[in-house]
Design a protein around this ligand. Sequence first.
Ligand code: DMJ
Length: 499
Amino acid sequence: MFMQDSITIPFPPEDTAEDWRSHSNRVKNAFLHAYHAYERYAAPSDELLPISRGAKDKCLNGWGVSAFDSLDTMLLMGLGAEYNRSLTIVRNTEFKLPNDTVAPYFETVIRYLGGMLSAYAMSNDSMLLNKAQELAIKLDPVFETDSGLPKYGVNPTTGQTQGPDTAILAEMATLQLEYSYLAKLTGNKVDTLVQALANADLRNTGGMLPLEWDLSLGFQDQTGVAHLSVGAAADSAHEYLLKQYLLTARTDKQATTHIISDLFMYHPPETFFTSRHENLPRNPGYVSHVLEHLIASSEMLRGTGIRHHSLLKYDLKQLHLWAADGLAQTCWLTYADQPSGLGPEEVRYGSRGPPPGVGEKKPVIYNEAQRLRGSGRGRDYQVKKAEYLLRPETIESLYILWRVTGDPKWRRRGLKIFQAIESQTRTPVAYASVRTVELSPAPKKDDMPSYFLAETLKYLYLLFSDQDLVPLETWVFNTEAHPFPVFEWTPREKELFHI
Ligand code: DMJ
């Protein structure tokens, strides 16, 4: 027996503008609750331990990543006092590390560099631009490889780089937005990535960027084995292929092919789901049927130039909207299905059963016996990793769909998720990740990643706000939700930077 075969979500018929203003204020208060605790117990260390009231130091360089990551959220929320205090942390940071440690390049770019550049775009404070440049110069040795693709990390004091000879796609290819915007501001082009990607032989991957890249040779499909995915290790690289195009006023063209045609399981026009697809020697074309929380960003579908021949018969704009709608619906259901109202880190879909549809499917909440059995009637998937790490991707998709379609259902779903965050993750001190979304109350974990301040609360605030604070036509979010303004390259810059 189901605890409930389906539930009716008790939304008021129409929320008033006043209701939404009060929801956005509650998000602002949530941010203040979390950030004040970070300041009190952890700053200028990296992150707060929201249960033990301690500091997580040196997890991301130990320079105060929560402060850097929060800058533009504070500007958008109008939190002047907190912003000024976090600027002091930025101003005093020297970007140094002991000789035996390295700054992880990807995380340092998206959180530190992205945070400073976005706050600069909103404030015009030259201190932020100078600091961003200082950091970029210290990270520069990562590009000293034969292919020009960046190494995993670098010691910013000695310039010594570290990392395997094979790079992971997301970690080496999520930098174009930050570096293009920095180049636009300073006139210094430092990004060798685009050329290295362009040199890759992608004939056997259908034009799609694979997961692993050789740092000497770039990608050459010598073994015939290529892993293709839009999940962890690849997600933000695909996101940036599209966003680079959007950031540069649609002049810097790169195609994201095959994501819809190969990684979405779909039966037009009714159903589909996302999955990881791997070409393995003994099992070519293997599809893992795993949907990761990290995949849930439908931003990557917005206005892209997908050109796969099997899709040509469809109106591409409609196709992308349909896919984004279905993906967001699927991801939202993984939240609504749980007793906690929060979404799990990973779920696995059956390979034979019906795929989750894009229609108005109702949530199915299991009782304890069904949960322990791991399956039951009415759901198309099993929870594979049950934790919720305060991640933003589903909320980000709801926000983008709200802005693109104006359909209030996306906003209401975001509100349900915010209510779940408030009831399940709030601690007397701040907010905490949870160990399993399948129990309510959900057992908590002593962890509050900086992206909760940078992304999760920012997207909720923007979703509920009655003003369009970050118009999507003129701003592009980096993968850590730091918005950069859209710009055009001048003919001189194109010549200088070989664009
Ligand atoms: C963030 O740091 C970024 O969104 C990144 O691209 C992926 N992981 C986290 C959020 O889940």
